[in-house]
Design a protein around this ligand. Sequence first.
Ligand SMILES: [Zn+2]
Length: 136
Amino acid sequence: MTSTSSKAAKSHAGAPASTGLTIWRGLRGRCPDCGEGSLFTGFLDLKKSCDVCGRDFSFADAGDGPAIFVMIITGFIIVGAALFVELVYQPPYWLHALLWGPLAIILPIGMLRPLKGLLVALQFRHEAAEGKLHKD
Ligand SMILES: [Zn+2]
C-alpha cells in the first residue's frame, strides 16, 4: 500500500465515518469525508475537491461501475415488471411500449448519479485504488 492510498480514507474530522454513513453520503452525492460538500460539479462530473473540507477527489475513479449497475438493476426491474404485467393483464403491445419505454429512460437517468456517488464513497471508505506493482 502506498502512502497516498493510505491517506485516502483518513477523515479530516477525526474518526472515519461508518460504512452506513459513507453509503448514505455517497447516495446523496455528498463528500464521503465530511458529508457536507457536494461531490458533483455537473450531472456526473466530479469536483476536484470538496468545497467544505477540502478533501481531494483525485482518488475517485468509478469507471464504468455506475453504468453497469444501472443497466443490471433497471433491466431487472423493467423486464420483471413487463413480464409480470404481460402474464397477469396481457395488455396490448402499444401499452407495453407506453409503460416501459419512458421508464427505461427515466429510471437509468435517475439512478446514475446516486450510484456514481455511492461507488466513489465506497472507494474512499475502502481506500480502493488502481493496482500497482512495487519493486523494493
Ligand atoms: Zn468534504
